[in-house]
Design a protein around this ligand. Structure first.
Ligand code: FES
Length: 97
């Protein structure tokens, strides 16, 4: 099962307050689903910067963000806005209804 495995309680996660990515399912078109804050988002598997595997990223459930594992860009899940990291534009996220 292609689920992101980030070690809960790893030094990195402890410092940032992040918890493991909650990947719920896969779709055929290269997206995965992330559940956080009572909502479900369809997220592209690859980062718009240089194609980092976002399904291996970290979800910060407190802030509702996803962190790319490659260069640590941070994207807001509610609208895909890039909050930090190398400029690359927004992530094309869709909220599942
Ligand atoms: S590939 Fe995601 S931040 Fe560079």
């Amino acid at each position: 099962m292609p689920v992101t495995e980030n070690t809960p309680g790893s030094p990195q996660n402890r410092l940032s307050g992040e918890s493991p990515c909650q990947v719920a399912d896969w779709t055929e078109d290269g997206h995965f689903l992330v559940r956080t804050g009572g909502k479900c988002y369809q997220v592209p598997r690859h980062c718009p910067h240089r194609g980092g595997r976002l399904d291996h990223g970290d979800v910060n459930h407190q802030w509702g963000t996803l962190v790319c594992p490659l260069h640590r860009s941070v994207f807001r899940l509610s609208d895909g806005e890039q909050i930090s990291g190398p400029p690359c534009g927004p992530l094309l996220v869709k909220e599942q209804l």
